[in-house]
Design a protein around this ligand. Structure first.
Ligand SMILES: NC(=O)c1ccc[n+]([C@@H]2O[C@H](COP(=O)([O-])OP(=O)(O)OC[C@H]3O[C@@H](n4cnc5c(N)ncnc54)[C@H](OP(=O)(O)O)[C@@H]3O)[C@@H](O)[C@H]2O)c1
Length: 326
């Protein structure tokens, strides 16, 4: 598994990281998984060369972090880059965010909230430091906190040794400039799949210019780009309101994936592997986070790191995906 440098931190992150949103279970996904399945999935990822595990308190109210913590008990902590987030809370108020089940989530990036959040995350993860600490969603009114203030708290946590690198998710270019002006930013997380290429316009170039690692999330469109979802699928939880799961769109995606079959033969891989390899082919500073709920899925997905798609095939896949938007 190739690795790339994380800014000036001295850390190197694998081109593919494991996302543990679904491992956290709860109403956003298909309910809770067996703890052993979570541990096996995470440990398999590390065994096959993935060194970055992404989680967040917001993934089922801390449960994803708890599962990562349980897996860490079986792993060499020094060899794993643990990435978690701050800014989505449920036990204090802020600006309204999503409702998950019957519980309301809020956006809150005030220093007070962050100081409290990091300690809770460290406890759930069973570790004394987080390697990458990331703002999960950026601040909005009415509980707006300027990036300079949020960053002040993050830099302080870095000095204290509780976190080692700073990241930001769901940002635009103005946010990135603000982070760079007031402190530092080593990694940015944004939604990026062959079906959702919005980051290409501004985010990909600004990250490249500033040596910021770009981490693509939901590269399989939450499982849609795997060939396992059929035309009669009825989306629930976090998939329910997503564009490509809506009636009409879903059928066209399933048809597109059928057209990929000859490429699967050519590269000797499955559809999910091809979808992930396409994202990895978009640039050296692009990494991805692949979610998985079993060790088998991890084994299949990790193969994408070894598939080298030809330029013609990358362009052909893009053209097919673009035609769905027309
Ligand atoms: N910063 C943010 O706002 C943000 C937002 C979203 C995600 N993320 C991060 O990015 C990670 C990845 O994104 P994601 O989990 O949303 O979506 P994803 O990686 O696009 O899809 C993950 C889901 O696809 C299915 N899957 C994966 N590999 C498969 C395979 N080989 N065969 C069949 N099905 C397969 C699984 O669904 P089943 O469980 O149904 O099998 C899995 O849970 C997250 O886990 C999270 O860490 C961050």
């Amino acid at each position: 598994m190739n690795k790339i440098k994380l800014g000036t931190t001295g850390m190197e992150v694998s081109k593919m990281g494991l996302g543990t949103w679904a491992i956290g279970g709860g109403p956003a996904w298909n309910g809770d998984l067996e703890t052993q399945t979570c541990i096996d999935t995470i440990c398999k990822a590390v065994e096959v060369g993935i060194n970055l595990i992404d989680t967040a308190p917001g993934y089922n109210f801390g449960n994803s972090e708890v599962m990562v913590g349980k897996a860490l008990e079986h792993l060499d902590r020094d060899k794993v880059i643990v990435e978690t987030k701050c800014g989505i809370v449920w036990d204090r108020k802020g600006s309204l965010f999503n409702k998950v089940g019957d519980r309301q989530l809020y956006k809150n990036l005030t220093p007070d909230s962050i100081y409290e959040e990091i300690d809770k995350s460290l406890e759930r993860l069973g570790t004394d430091h987080v390697d990458i600490y990331m703002t999960h969603w950026q601040s909005v009114e009415p509980c707006f906190t300027p990036i300079s203030e949020t960053l002040g708290a993050l830099m302080d946590l870095k000095r204290q040794g509780k976190i080692c690198a700073i990241g930001a998710a769901n940002v635009n270019v103005d946010h990135i400039r603000d982070y760079l002006e007031h402190g530092e930013l080593d990694i940015v997380q944004g939604k990026y799949s062959i079906l959702d290429r919005a980051v290409e316009e501004e985010l990909v170039p600004i990250c490249k210019e500033n040596g910021i690692v770009l981490q693509a999330y939901s590269p399989l469109e939450q499982g849609l780009l795997t060939g396992t979802i059929t035309k009669d699928y009825v989306p629930t939880g976090a998939r329910a309101n997503k564009k490509w799961y809506q009636k009409g769109n879903l059928e066209r995606v399933v048809d597109m994936l059928e057209e990929w079959r000859p490429l699967c033969e050519k590269y000797g891989c499955g559809i999910p592997t091809l979808a992930l390899a396409w994202v990895l082919a978009q640039g050296d500073h692009v990494t991805l986070l692949s979610g998985a709920t079993s060790a088998d899925q991890v084994e299949q997905n990790v193969r994408a790191a070894d598939v080298r798609l030809s330029e013609e095939d990358v362009a052909w896949m893009r053209e097919k995906a673009e035609s769905l938007d027309r």
